[in-house]
Design a binder for this molecule. Structure first.
Ligand SMILES: [Zn+2]
Length: 560
């Protein structure tokens, strides 16, 4: 028998075999049982996450001879024909190769004829974003008046390329990337079924390399098994994925921070000789620092580590390294990744990045020295003040605070926040505040570094399309990151949407500026409203103040 790829052999044939998309399968199964299926579905999501498999299961479930059913029986002639791809009523079209108007026109002309064997004609159009404008127009005409016996299932990796007129005709589902655990679990099932021995480390390495795609995971698994000659070995997986072992990553990170430039350059040379992909390596290293940040932010998050293993050595590294340093290293590596795309000499770029990182470490050392010097000077001043008999405590306490807090260079959107204050939505804010912990938890799951940036922020004002989050004055750097990094804001916005179901743009502010703006707002409101001389039972200014404060919702903050 010819060898069949694992991905094909273990393609899900039932909804309950579809990994990690319960939000989709549950909705569709309900619609199937209630016999109110939509005429057009759109599945969007990364490649290899099972969009067309889902489409075929739907085609079977709706046409199964036992319908209405929650799962296709996979045994009746209709189910079998669809699995084999021989059903005359289920059409699989790959828009990447058939992007012509003609094919879609043909669909449009023939869709009106009833199905020949099954109950429904099902058109599965994969990579639908590749259709030409003409083809989209033809498809739209069909979607506008679909015959009762036709169902269209569109799949795409790039939903933003699909015209809104098409999207609005479809019930849309976002197919999610698989989590490492989900991929590992599925591979465990397959290997047990194939009676192949494996180590969990090997499976985790594959899962990470697959970046959330089941198809990629299973094809890497295929290659690694072939390479291992029987059982699945860690060495074969490292070879096939080009990954670098976590011990090696830790050694490199330690060398970076101990300024062992020689050792770093040698390691790079060895890697290149061993044929390792340097782009992959830099990515591995970014993930390694991401793991470091994650463990710093939440020592219990060991399950979420992607590259590092929670060994004693790694935990020690996590303890000694500063959060800010991690962010800077990630930034450097990220720049390096961007430039690597444009060059044929990636090694030089990695070398430069490494040297820059070790140099930066030195500068940090210098900063510490100068801070120590400042502390010494301050101590001296204090002694002098004490000697001169001045009650020194207040002045001395105020001075270092001023010196330490360098003002962030990002402009504060004051005018916009003033506008927001006029239209504050208290109920919405209270709801978001109540669920802020849940939102942060979701962010932690999505992206550890972003979590450690925002986990000490809090939402303070909600209005129109914007949510304002506040940072302590000492968190100027965190504030800047949120304001300047689009992806950071995007991750927060998505988490907010997922938890509270509201779309808001994220704006950040520092404690001090927020207090200033609030005070200014209250003062302005009081003066303008007192001029109007409204009659009130309670004291005028009290009423206005409580009304104004009630508008923001963070009454606790105002004690004067
Ligand atoms: Zn069936």
């Amino acid at each position: 028998m010819a060898y069949q790829a694992l991905y094909r052999v273990y393609r899900p044939q039932r909804f309950d075999e579809v990994v990690g998309q319960a939000h989709i399968t549950r909705t569709i199964q309900n619609a199937l049982m209630e016999e109110r299926m939509s005429h057009a579905y759109l599945f969007s999501g990364p490649r290899g996450t099972g969009k067309t498999s889902l489409a075929k299961i739907i085609a079977k479930a709706i046409n199964c001879e036992h319908a209405p059913v929650k799962e296709p029986c996979n045994a009746c002639p209709t189910c079998l024909a669809i699995t084999e791809g021989s059903s005359p009523d289920v059409f699989e079209i790959d828009a990447a190769s058939n992007n012509g108007v003609d094919e879609i026109r043909e669909i449009r002309d023939k869709v009106k004829y009833p199905p020949s064997e099954a109950a429904y004609k099902v058109y599965i159009i994969d990579e639908v974003h590749m259709l030409s404008t003409g083809a989209f127009n033809a498809l739209l005409k069909t979607l506008e008046e679909p015959p009762a016996h036709a169902i269209f299932i569109l799949a795409t990796t790039e939903p933003h390329k699909i015209p809104a007129t098409i999207i609005s005709r479809c019930q849309r589902f976002d197919v999610k990337r698989h989590e490492v655990d989900q991929l590992v679990e599925r591979m465990q099932f397959i290997l047990s079924d194939q009676e192949i021995a494996y180590s969990e480390t090997a499976l985790r390495l594959i899962a990470r390399a697959a970046d959330g795609g089941m198809r990629d995971a299973l094809s890497l698994l295929d290659q690694a098994v072939a390479f291992s000659n029987g059982d699945l070995t860690d060495a074969a997986v490292l070879e096939v994925t080009g990954a670098v072992e976590d011990e090696a990553l830790l050694a490199i990170a330690n060398a970076l921070h101990d300024h062992h430039v020689d050792q770093l350059l040698q390691t790079l040379e060895q890697m290149q000789r061993a044929g390792k992909d340097l782009k992959r390596f830099v990515e591995d290293l970014v993930f390694f620092y991401r793991d470091t940040l994650l463990l710093k932010a939440s020592p219990t998050a060991v399950d979420l580590l992607e590259r590092a293993r929670p060994t004693e050595e790694f935990k020690q590294f996590v303890e000694t390294i500063e959060t800010e340093t991690c962010f800077h290293v990630i930034e450097q590596l990220h720049d390096c990744q961007q430039q690597m795309r444009l060059t044929n000499h990636p090694r030089v770029l990695v070398e430069i990045a490494f040297i820059q990182i070790t140099e930066q470490g030195r500068t940090t050392g210098q900063i510490v020295q100068s801070l120590q010097q400042e502390v010494r000077e301050m101590k001296e001043q204090m002694h002098q003040l004490k000697a001169n008999g001045v009650p020194a405590t207040e002045q001395v306490a105020a001075q270092p605070a001023k010196r330490k807090q360098a003002r962030p260079t990002v402009r504060i959107a004051k005018e916009r926040i003033r506008q927001m204050l006029m239209r504050a939505e208290k109920a919405q804010l209270l709801e978001i505040q109540e669920r802020w912990d849940a939102i942060l938890k979701l962010i932690l799951k999505q992206d550890g570094p972003i979590y450690s940036l925002v986990h000490e922020s809090k939402p303070v004002l909600c209005s129109g399309d914007t949510l304002l989050i506040e940072f302590d004055n000492g968190k100027g750097w965190h504030f800047e990151q949120v304001m300047t990094n689009e992806r950071t804001r995007f991750v927060i916005e998505e988490a907010l949407f997922e938890v509270c179901g509201v779309k808001r743009e994220i704006l950040a502010i520092l404690d001090q500026d927020w207090n200033e703006l609030k005070a200014e707002f209250v003062a302005k409101r009081n003066s303008s409203s007192i001029e109007e001389k409204e009659v009130a039972e309670e004291s005028e200014s009290d009423r206005l103040l409580s009304e104004t404060l009630g508008r923001f919702g963070d009454i606790v903050e105002f004690e004067d």
